[in-house]
Design a binder for this molecule. Structure first.
Ligand SMILES: C[S@@+](CC[C@H](N)C(=O)[O-])C[C@H]1O[C@@H](n2cnc3c(N)ncnc32)[C@H](O)[C@@H]1O
Length: 501
């Protein structure tokens, strides 16, 4: 058996090394586990590997022992983690990696756009860590600076969890286990530190028990009994909680109303599509409009991650608006806006946009901390960071500015109304067209390049959606006037979105 994993192996696998400035990328997304290779490396896994007639390897996902061994070997191979997987407890699958990678990408976004202070260290509360504290271990492993608080109500699970943590001495110092009272606050560690400024916790995460009762669990087992875990060998406390996952997550939402910015983002897994509507309703009922519902698909099973925040951070649509049929009705309003001008001249687009922004004092003006255009080193792409301190695009501000000198607004404050990025770029597409043989019998095809400009605005920070949407509507209108005769299309902003929050 060769269980020792060399640094070279990890690098070649691309698992550990996949962090970039956008956070960790789920390694299994592009490289699903290779059961044959895993069997060759781990003697203990070999007996579970089966082969289709075409030679493709597989395992029996209904066999709890096979799943336990798969989890153990993948965590060992790809994350250098040693875990104990007790037979009488849930066996986590690789799904936690999706969740952890999403949080890692959100954290990278917060850091990249200065939404957290440079000195902020990732701190996570893992609610209901279970007998195998998989989320705590992955978080600690992927983020060497992070610390994790992990809670549970079950003493035996916490004992198992401590044994596993002790198997990974390099992480043990950064993971603290904490027994909590089932009748007490779920987010206790956050509420205890909520008054501290700056906030202590970056994220709370949770894989809550699913079911309301044994009866519901038994009924569900006819369809599919697994709570993000395939082994039906769970202890009752792991799967059942009064009111099921809906009540559990709604209670966290209620508690977060008191601790508010005690955590930057509160998040939880949802195991049932039917839970999305009541959880979404709870968020809206409490006027929490900064939220996301992201979906995870692993083989044939779908899960969802809901997150909400009391900060003015706005996350990119790419992280928060992943749509699945179950979430489409509940997605938050977009934070990114697009315009497709049909000019293929990036310099013309930049010139018009510069003039539009200068007219309202946002470039070389007095109402913003706007920097100059920043050119991407490798791409035909320019970015402009905007921090307007007054609504200089409103009709009244423009009228007032007209009476004084152009582009100024004496009512400008010092706090930005929002922070966002305007991006313009040129996409060049290669198109091969078949040339008629008669016209040129020696050349069968010709390469044609199609250039297309693109403009977008990404809202990174701020509370008022109205400010952002009126700004974007103004810019779109002015650009459409300037690029008159071109079929400029804007999306996704339309009348339905304006002023809904
Ligand atoms: C579905 S299991 C998740 C275990 C582990 N996090 C995982 O994903 O593999 C739910 C866990 O939440 C714990 N739990 C239930 N109520 C809790 C509460 N009020 N506070 C903290 N943990 C709780 C259970 O004991 C159980 O370990």
């Amino acid at each position: 058996m060769n269980e020792e994993i060399s640094k070279g192996d990890r690098k070649r696998n691309g698992r550990f090394s996949s962090e970039n400035e956008d956070g960790f990328v789920n390694p299994y997304h592009t490289h699903p586990p290779d059961f044959k290779r895993l069997g060759e490396r781990f003697e203990t896994f070999k007996p579970f590997v089966r082969y289709h007639p075409n030679g493709q390897s597989y395992i029996d996902f209904k066999n709890p022992a096979a799943l336990r061994e798969l989890t153990r070997c993948l965590l060992r191979q790809d994350f250098d983690l040693k875990v104990m997987l007790p037979e009488d407890r849930l066996c986590p699958t690789v799904r936690p990696i999706h969740y952890v990678c999403l949080l890692s990408q959100i954290f990278a976004h917060l850091r990249k756009h200065d939404l957290v202070p440079k000195e902020h260290r990732l701190k996570v509360l893992d609610v209901g860590t279970g007998a195998t504290p998989i989320y705590a271990l992955l978080m600690a492993r992927l983020h060497p600076d992070s610390t994790v608080w992990a809670t549970d109500i079950n003493s035996e699970s916490l004992q198992y969890a401590q044994e596993t943590i002790d198997l990974n001495p390099d992480l043990a110092q950064r993971i603290s286990l904490c027994k909590v009272d089932p009748a007490g606050e779920i987010l206790l560690p956050v509420s205890q530190t909520a008054q501290r400024s700056p906030p202590i916790f970056t994220f709370t995460l949770c894989n809550p028990p699913f079911y309301t009762s044994r009866e519901e669990m038994a009924a569900a087992s006819d369809i599919k009994i697994e709570s993000g875990h395939a082994a039906p060998t769970a202890a009752e406390n792991e799967l059942i909680t009064p009111g099921g996952e809906v009540m559990f997550v709604c209670k966290m939402i209620e508690e977060s109303l008191s601790s508010r910015q005690g955590a930057l983002w509160y998040t939880s897994l949802l195991g049932k599509a039917s839970s999305i509507a009541p959880v979404h309703a709870k968020l809206l009922e409490n006027k929490i409009n900064n939220y996301f519902i992201s979906s995870i698909r692993q083989s044939r099973t779908a899960r969802w991650i809901v997150g909400w925040s009391f900060t003015d951070h706005r996350l990119p649509d790419s992280l928060t608006r992943t749509s699945s049929p179950a979430t489409v009705k509940y997605l938050p309003l977009p934070n990114s806006f697009q315009l497709h001008p049909s000019t293929n001249s990036l310099s013309l687009l930049k010139q018009h946009l510069t003039e539009v922004l200068t007219d309202i004092g946002l470039l070389q003006g007095q109402v913003s901390g706007t920097e100059d255009w920043h050119k991407h080193p490798d791409l035909d792409q320019y970015t402009l960071l905007l921090r307007p301190t007054a609504q200089s695009w409103s009709r009244s501000a423009r009228r007032k500015a007209g009476r004084t000198s152009a582009g100024t607004d004496s009512s400008a404050g010092t706090e930005p109304l929002f922070t966002g990025r305007l991006e313009i770029c040129l996409h060049v597409q290669d198109r091969s067209t078949e040339k008629r043989r008669e016209a040129s019998p020696t050349r069968g095809s010709r390469s044609e390049q199609l250039a297309q400009t693109h403009m977008s605005f990404h809202w990174d920070q701020g509370r008022s959606r109205l400010n952002v949407e009126t700004f974007w509507a103004y810019v779109v209108r002015k650009m459409q006037e300037r690029l008159v005769g071109t079929s400029t299309r804007a999306s996704p902003l339309d009348d339905r979105n304006i002023g809904r929050i």
